[in-house]
Ligand binder design. Sequence first.
Ligand SMILES: [Zn+2]
Ligand SMILES: [Zn+2]
Ligand SMILES: [Zn+2]
Ligand SMILES: [Zn+2]
Length: 262
Amino acid sequence: MSAPTTYTAQTDRTRILAGDCTVRFEGPRDRVQRGQVVVLVKPDRTVLVHDADGYQPVAWLTRPDDVTIEHDGTAFSLRAHADSQELLVTSNDAAGFESFAVSEAGVPVGSCPDCEGPLVRARDEIHCLDCEDRYGLPAGATVLDDDCKACGLPRMAVDRGASFELCVDYACESLSAAVRERFDEVWDCPDCGSPLRVRSPDGRIFLGCDAYPDCETSFSFPAGTAIGDCECGLPRFRTASGERCLDSGCSVDAPASESPSP
Ligand SMILES: [Zn+2]
Ligand SMILES: [Zn+2]
Ligand SMILES: [Zn+2]
Ligand SMILES: [Zn+2]
């Protein structure tokens, strides 16, 4: 028998082990079970042991501190532990052992211009399933059913003062440049009257006073469209969570301090 190989959980693979196994769970309620089971080890290290009955695993450990799998080609043993709990799965005869690449599942949004692989949107990112390409999306962006003429990537709609339609690749079309072109020096600093400049040193967009560093007034740019002026003189925005002043601390938006009791 060859020396066992030791595996640990990997962020981009799910491991599947299957066969006649003894499953030992040591924790608040110790128990031992044996049967023909399938064991999944997910990229976050979560271990799920499924048998033929029902949909629930017969044993599991959610995100244990560590998982070690020893495998010698015919048999395996898996050990996972978290705090005072330990899960041991040992195969009793020849067992199956496979490892599959996994990715985050998302909404299909087109194909990759670099490799023609499928592009999916998961959370605030578009990524290609076949190559390493990924494109972060600004908060609140909607991916459009429309490709960029220049590079072939999908286009997106995003609200920053106005609605902009741009390529999802910042290097192709820059949201901060579009916002700067439209809103630079449009509003004035409430503290000193100098124009507010559109700035984005690190990707986030904000409005900062032109008199900086003498005046340090600045506001993050809301993810919404400008819909007129606030009583305080700054613009108001309509966002996904409601209307608000550019100044999130504006007293016009503050809840009444003394609400009359019914
Ligand atoms: Zn690709
Ligand atoms: Zn493009
Ligand atoms: Zn100022
Ligand atoms: Zn206001």
